[in-house]
Design a protein around this ligand. Sequence first.
Ligand SMILES: Cc1cc2nc3c(=O)[nH]c(=O)nc-3n(C[C@H](O)[C@H](O)[C@H](O)COP(=O)(O)OP(=O)(O)OC[C@H]3O[C@@H](n4cnc5c(N)ncnc54)[C@H](O)[C@@H]3O)c2cc1C
Length: 464
Amino acid sequence: MLQSKVSISTDSHRLFSHAIVIGGGIAGLLSAQILTKYFDKVTIVERDILVSEPYHRRGVPQSHHVHVLLKRGQQILEQVFPGIEADLLKANVPVIDWTADVQWLGTGGCAPQFTSGLTTLACSRNLLELIIRRRLAANDSIVFMPSASVVGLLMDVNKTNVDGVRVQLHNKSQISLHSDFIVDASGRNSSAPKWLAEFGYPVPQETIVDSFSGYASRWYERPDSLSSEWKCLYVDAKSPSTRSAVIYPAENDRWIVTLAGAGRDYPPTEESEFLSFARGLHSSVLSKAIKEAKPVSSICAYRGMANRLRHYEKCSRFPGHFVIVGDAVCSFNPVYGQGMTVAASAALILDYCLKHRSSKQHNQILAGLSQDFQKKLSREISKSWYMTTGEDFRWPETKGKTPTLATQFTQLYMERVLSLSVESEYAHQCFLEVMHRVKPFSTLFHPRISTQVLKQTITQQKKK
Ligand SMILES: Cc1cc2nc3c(=O)[nH]c(=O)nc-3n(C[C@H](O)[C@H](O)[C@H](O)COP(=O)(O)OP(=O)(O)OC[C@H]3O[C@@H](n4cnc5c(N)ncnc54)[C@H](O)[C@@H]3O)c2cc1C
């Protein structure tokens, strides 16, 4: 068990004494580390028991499935916890070069494989979380409060600032925990709208784009007989089928195999149906590979993968001393692997907001920070939102606000870039760099790509 530890710095140069983070997932852990720069003590209140093994937790059901940490997410992780990449390597985590080691089987064929240096570390969600938690456990300012659920907020007398949380303990008793600042990182089922409404604050508008996608995943031992052509395999959906899949490597020579379907074509969890779904992909490479591999887990399913954005940045009133991060603000269809990286970006935005206000008079530092933070976070989210929802609108069953012209254009353009990726190393690398958030979306409009896209479009129009 990770023991809670109370150690408050006495001769602190920090600005405030106590912050609370609700939820010990990726968003909560990164935010907590940032807060220790400004607060003497940071308490992470987590509903689950926390153990010192890479262990599946009830509060993170998604950890049964592939969890790709994008390059940008990994860069932020290293920035927040210097040396953490080395910790991951010590834990037997494979390095993948996204152009050399990933076989990308697109609808038009296989993308070229070449070395680009776009490398990341591939591991399970459970190991990643454990390694981050170990770093926090070594930070004297962090207190873990496991097996404790936040059930509501506490407000100051004027109801203008949040000044604590109500916590239900393991034995069902409730306590009040006070602090100067509170971060809600409780994930996609966050109760923040309800908690805010209890004090008369408006409920945020929500935008939902649902492609009715689902996953089924199983862990395998990587077979020794594997060819060296790839370490990771992506099979894209070939329209009209919505089925896609990935074999993603992880620590200790394991593979996580995740099958995905959209438009309610949910992949099954019964073994023979799982294998038959895999055989139904447009390429047989994946089903042949898993035939050689030994399964080491049961098959787990996940549904409810809609993109959901809560517009806290648009709320006419929002309390002070309180911010909301991670999936609690925006959860994406995980097929595009954006969630952990956007959650990590939120920690950097929090750092920026606190740092840039720290020269103000003490009682002014937190004033107005909450709304400023939510606006900045919303701009960051939008970078991934248009790409993921645009892609989801490929499927006719997708429900959601009618896509804007910009979204429709993004989706069509991306389709063309993906088909160009099969013949152009340059286009393939640019697409991956944009997906990994190390380059802006505008990279895909470089003349070397846009002229090819235009030529392709004209050729197809002539054929019609
Ligand atoms: C199937 C699936 C696959 C995914 N694959 C990827 C991927 O490949 N790449 C990627 O980047 N992202 C992926 N994601 C998204 C990713 O899991 C999240 O975006 C990321 O973990 C950030 O989430 P979070 O920390 O905000 O919430 P979570 O990770 O969900 O953590 C929330 C935490 O809060 C705790 N909690 C909840 N309520 C309370 C409460 N009231 N009191 C105390 N504690 C509470 C929970 O127990 C949990 O520990 C995937 C998501 C799903 C569903």
